[in-house]
Design a protein around this ligand. Structure first.
Ligand SMILES: Nc1ncnc2c1ncn2[C@@H]1O[C@H](COP(=O)(O)OP(=O)(O)OP(=O)(O)O)[C@@H](O)[C@H]1O
Length: 316
């Protein structure tokens, strides 16, 4: 076999189609496309390519690593107050977007109650850092995760000021997200300085507001919308959670908090209404057990919301 063919075969075995090879006499020049690889994987592949090309008869190996910049989009999920299901929606939206074909990572910035490790069945796994970058932990749902809950002790009340929280969030957002093209960011509830600093510093492409149907929650949702307006971040839309109650015994629906309030508020505020998620025992028990319903084949609740977000991202 000619030397160039030998080198090509050896390099293809470790780098597939990522490597383009030229030989000048006994010198090998290789351009390696590392698009979408994290820092660790890129360094390993470069070393493997170098070793594979160094066949007997090759006197010099030069490797140039290139990478297209991935235009990664950050989507903030926010609510005016706590307990409205922002974390539940973030987890399920991330999974539904991944099922729709996006490469999604999940950032849990909820310093007051980081619940994503539990929701995404990744409790007890701590991220490690390579070259100063946190490596997101894998989850069973194909959505890697970095959470404040992995950086600080569980159950510790955190009284952080805005800049400290933004600094910690920076470590999560700037983690080694590899090929992820979309990051879903579960923000802390409320509309204080911490949230404003996070939003200003990390400039999400758009924001999703979660609200329950009660008037009070909607007033809070308006505050969350203001927060993004102040920072010049577009609103992707409003999701109504705990909308209508589905009885686990008879399967019938009732509307303890009234029907249509969030949709009407979205219309008033001139922002898109992305859909409603019913209040069901199944959503709570599945979430507590680390089995988000969006991962189920028969999900009809989160997939349509994700489809609208996907369409928005394609236009953004
Ligand atoms: N549609 C739903 N049906 C039933 N239970 C739900 C629904 N959405 C959320 N829950 C439950 O409500 C509780 C609060 O939800 P979640 O933690 O997602 O809210 P949050 O807004 O992120 O709260 P926090 O302010 O603590 O961050 C959880 O126990 C969750 O399982």
């Amino acid at each position: 076999m000619a030397l160039i063919d030998e080198v090509k075969a050896a390099v293809a075995a470790v780098a597939g189609k990522r490597a383009a090879i030229r030989m000048e006499g006994t010198k090998a020049g290789i351009v390696l496309d590392a698009t979408g690889l994290g820092a660790g994987a890129r360094d390993r592949m470069e070393a493997d390519v170098r070793a594979a090309a160094g066949r007997p008869g090759v006197t010099e190996v030069r490797v140039v690593v290139t990478a297209e910049r991935i235009g990664r989009k950050l989507i903030a999920v926010a609510s005016g107050k706590g307990g409205v299901g922002k974390s539940t929606l973030s987890a399920n939206l991330a999974i539904a977007l991944a099922r729709a074909g996006r490469r999604v990572g999940l950032v849990d910035a909820d310093i007051y109650g980081p619940s994503q490790p539990r929701l995404m069945a990744a409790e007890g796994t701590k991220p490690v850092a390579h070259d100063g970058k946190l490596q997101p932990v894998p989850t069973p749902y194909g959505v890697p995760l970095l959470s404040m809950g992995q950086l600080v002790e569980a159950d510790r009340a955190i009284a952080w000021r805005g800049p400290m929280a933004a600094g910690a969030l920076g470590q999560l957002v700037d983690g080694d997200w590899g090929a992820s093209d979309t990051l879903v960011l579960d923000l802390p509830p409320g509309t204080g300085d911490v949230q404003l600093t996070m939003v200003q510093k990390h400039r999400p492409a758009g924001a999703i507001i979660v609200s329950t149907p009660q008037d009070l929650a909607l007033i809070d949702a308006r505050r969350a919308i203001d927060l993004f307006a102040k920072a010049g971040i577009p609103i992707i839309g409003l999701v109504e959670n705990m909308a209508g109650y589905c009885c686990p015994h008879c399967g019938g629906f009732s509307d303890p908090f009234g029907l249509g309030g969030a949709e009407a508020a979205a219309n008033d505020l001139d922002i898109p209404f992305l859909g409603r998620v019913p209040l069901t025992v199944a959503i709570r028990t599945a979430s507590d057990a680390g089995r988000p319903p969006a991962a189920e084949a028969d999900d009809t609740v989160f997939a349509p919301i994700a489809a609208q977000v996907n369409a928005w991202l394609a236009r953004a």
